[in-house]
Design a protein around this ligand. Structure first.
Ligand SMILES: [Ca+2]
Length: 398
């Protein structure tokens, strides 16, 4: 999400341009626009729940508890729940933490995920920004013991907090991997050009994919460090929670339900948006590079992981919204393709990856008003959230 960066994005853009070492040699790595073909004649977007409308929706997900319910989060700090029926008329409030959340721009309640054993323990996890001083909070809540349709607002247990030096680039996604660990997206702290070089600083959590074990505690911490985290037990002062680093603002990551692979969209600075396959210990380059191009004047690309796909700012947009590898049974021709889009252009694409590289990028459709996120229900049906009109969409074959 970059649409609302206002003063920070535009204010720093001029400064950044001066230390940018982009040249013609590097631009050859960026896929050309004509690498994209269109399959828009085969698909359209349809409002999935015509009677429901949300206030700035930024996430849609479901627990694996056989209740076939969908949860949508509204950025101001509300989680809503409804039965997964097309004609559903009511999305009730499951949790309201508006009073705790500092929202607006890229701040707010940004992430929600359910414990893999939610059915038995009732735990779910949120990622939100809190003010005075501005920080990100990762917290656990529990469902009400008497009402499956409501959370217990007094059940909050804060697991992790980290300061946010600027209002933008807060990442926000939380999700469990097949390994049972909780993954968290942390942006670089904001402003523009990562002025504190935080994404490359392994002593900080900003600009990272974080991985923690919520089923354990370590010393005074309310979570454990997975033994095979890349910096577990290090003596260099590196944060042991880090799974991967060099991220700018991972706006939505997801796990492929079939392969377990971790896919992320990382929002670019002034030129390029990128898709990454996140592997343990990987350095995804920011701010040394923006996608595959040098960004920092001190540009040593040794050891940096390049995106598997990127696109230039322009008619395709300027702020990626990472999606999902499609496992939606109603869309067999898209199976295994990475469905992602752009917040500002609203374009939605299907990216084909052959295990080594992206081999095809196809335009599926275009959302009309701010593609804030993708989501999946418990049966892996795929949805899109339109930030502007508050509607939930799905892709349908024509
Ligand atoms: Ca990168």
């Amino acid at each position: 999400m970059k649409k609302f960066l206002s003063i920070y994005f535009f204010g720093f853009a001029v400064i950044i341009a001066g230390c940018n070492s982009i040249n013609a040699e590097q631009s050859k790595h960026t896929p050309a626009a004509n690498d994209t073909s269109s399959i828009a004649d085969k698909y359209s977007l349809e409002v999935a729940f015509p009677n429901l409308k949300f206030d700035d929706p930024v996430e849609l997900t479901s627990p694996n508890d056989n209740t076939n319910r969908i949860f949508v989060i509204e950025q101001k700090g509300v989680i809503r729940v409804f039965s997964n029926k097309a004609d559903e008329k009511n999305a009730a409030v499951f949790l309201d933490i508006v009073s705790k959340v500092e929202s607006g721009g890229e701040k707010g309640l940004l992430g929600l995920t359910f414990h893999p054993d939610y059915k038995n323990n009732g735990y779910f996890y949120v990622n939100y920004t809190r003010g005075n001083p501005l920080e990100t909070v990762i917290a656990r809540y529990k469902v009400s013991s008497s009402n499956a349709g409501m959370a217990d607002p007094a059940s909050e247990k804060v697991l992790l907090r980290y300061a946010q030096p600027y209002p933008n680039h807060n990442g926000g996604k939380v999700a469990f991997g097949n390994d049972g660990f909780l993954y968290i997206a942390a942006g670089d702290g904001g402003a523009g050009g990562d002025p504190g070089n935080r994404a490359q600083n392994k002593k900080e959590l900003l600009g990272k994919i974080i991985r923690i074990d919520v089923n354990k505690t370590t010393g005074s911490e309310s979570y454990g460090i997975p033994a095979d985290n890349p910096f577990a037990g290090n003596k260099d002062g590196f944060r042991q929670e880090i799974y991967a680093f060099g991220m700018r603002n991972p706006w939505r990551f997801s796990f492929d339900r079939t392969t377990g692979m971790l896919w992320a969209g990382d929002v670019g600075q002034n030129k390029i948006e990128e898709v990454d396959i996140i592997e343990k210990g990987g350095n995804y380059g920011w701010r040394v590079m923006e996608a595959k191009e040098c960004f920092d004047s001190n540009c040593n690309k040794t050891g940096l992981v390049e995106p598997i796909w990127s696109y230039q700012h322009g008619s395709d947009g300027n702020s990626i919204t990472g999606g999902y590898v499609c496992r939606d049974k109603s869309l067999p021709d898209l199976a295994g393709k990475y469905i992602y889009g752009d917040f500002t252009s609203g374009k939605v694409w299907a990216l084909t990856y052959n295990g080594k590289k992206a081999v095809k990028n196809e335009l599926i459709s275009q959302v009309i008003s701010g593609l804030s996120s993708f989501g999946e229900d418990s049966k892996s049906n795929l949805y899109l959230l339109a930030y502007g009109n508050g509607k939930v969409y799905k892709i349908v074959g024509k």
